[in-house]
Design a protein around this ligand. Structure first.
Ligand SMILES: NC(=O)c1ccc[n+]([C@@H]2O[C@H](COP(=O)([O-])OP(=O)(O)OC[C@H]3O[C@@H](n4cnc5c(N)ncnc54)[C@H](O)[C@@H]3O)[C@@H](O)[C@H]2O)c1
Length: 359
């Protein structure tokens, strides 16, 4: 029987190793005694996150199939994390976006097939492959229909399907992890996503493009941002907690980057993960009112509730990862905020920040 679990000393190829998850995963794997090869985009400033760690850097764009195939040779396992998330894609033409997320995955899978000796291929997928912002039921488990509300989610559904084909046709030992709402503590503590200005922008974007998580919730409303405009009094940029018209808070399911790293390593190191898919999210969902109240107190900034006639309530089950892999997410929203504030004070909590400060 071929070995299907990675172990100390193995060489792991990480794509997306300069991202918020990839940089922390690479460090965690190095500290467990793995050797890391990273494919990074030429000129990527995030490469500094890997400085001095002894990571073997291959500069290549994943759209370059021969370069990717070469980088896949001689490794024992692959963690394929690189992607462009939908909301980050901005106004990128759909075809370019497809090349970035779908062709890139196909190239890494082809490299895996040509390698022929992998013990594991972990594919980073997402809860956006479900209609997470408009689910049929909650908590969303792995059997929930994959019916994404945006193009990003669709590219990951296709990526997952390609992975399954490479497992069936070529015995590439695939494990799929579906993350959701991931942030590093420094991002969590910034409170940026709850700012009125950010919420107004999000509501506007929801009517401009389908490559976001909100448009399906506001489909019946022509100018949803008008519910928030009265709050823009010109006095600062308060934190906003969205509720529905009955006062029920919106709910998100946040995940700390350290829990994602834990779940990914479990998928890498457990042979039972082959052919399986696991939701990897944080310990619990959080109400926006609780989250915003906590942040406002910690940051010493004003906050308001904003009633709107639609609601998102996201909750994803991690039961399968807990029972099959022993996954134990430990960092809830509140701890992540506290840890992020510690990072802002210059304390080293062992997390690579999402964005390095300018030198
Ligand atoms: N952050 C989240 O909330 C979240 C949620 C669910 C799933 N995911 C998935 O997890 C993975 C990692 O996410 P992240 O938050 O670290 O993202 P990130 O944006 O911080 O990092 C993405 C990485 O991919 C690299 N990349 C993008 N296009 C590339 C290309 N053509 N060639 C080579 N490298 C390329 C970038 O340089 C970067 O290192 C992604 O696949 C993402 O879809 C993230």
């Amino acid at each position: 029987m071929p070995r299907l679990a990675a172990r100390t000393g193995d060489r792991v190829l990480v794509t997306g190793a300069t991202g918020r998850i990839g940089a922390n995963l690479s460090r965690a794997l190095l500290s467990r005694g793995y050797r890391i090869r990273a494919i990074v985009l030429p000129g990527d400033p995030g490469c500094r996150k890997l400085d001095g760690l002894g990571v073997e850097i291959v500069q290549a764009d994943l759209r370059d199939a021969p370069a990717v195939a070469e980088a896949c040779q001689g490794v024992d396992a692959i963690c394929h994390l690189a992607a462009l998330m939908g909301p980050d894609a901005g106004d990128m033409p759909v075809i370019d976006y497809w090349h970035l997320n779908v062709d890139a995955t196909l190239h890494v899978l082809e490299g895996a097939r040509l390698n022929g000796h992998l013990v594991k291929f972990v594919f980073a997928s997402t809860d956006a492959t479900y209609p997470a912002s408009k689910p049929r039921y909650i908590p969303i488990d792995e059997n929930h229909p994959q019916d994404p509300v945006n193009l990003y989610g669709l590219t990951k559904v296709v990526g997952e399907r390609l992975c399954r084909d490479y497992l069936t046709e070529f015995a590439v030992p695939i494990a799929i992890v579906r993350y959701g709402g991931v942030a590093s503590p420094d991002e969590r503590a910034s409170g940026a996503t709850f700012r009125l200005s950010a919420q107004l922008q999000r509501f506007r974007d929801a009517k401009r493009s389908h490559n976001n998580y909100l448009w399906a919730n506001v489909v019946d409303y022509e100018r949803p941002w008008e519910y928030l405009e009265p709050l823009a009094t010109g006095e600062g940029d308060p934190l906003i907690a969205l509720t529905d018209l009955e006062g029920r808070p919106w709910q998100s399911h946040p995940t700390d980057v350290r829990d994602v790293v834990q779940g990914t390593i479990l998928a890498l190191e457990n042979e039972v993960a082959v052919g399986e898919v696991f939701n990897i999210l944080g310990p619990a969902p959080v109400s926006t009112v609780e989250a915003v109240r906590y942040l406002a107190e910690r940051l010493g900034v004003p906050w308001r509730t904003a009633p709107v006639p639609f609601r998102q309530a996201i909750e994803v089950s991690t039961m399968k990862a807990r029972s099959v892999l022993g996954y134990r997410p430990t960092v809830d929203f509140f701890k992540a905020v506290d840890d992020g504030l510690a990072m802002q004070r210059g304390e080293d909590i062992g997390v690579v920040p999402a964005k390095l400060p300018n030198r």
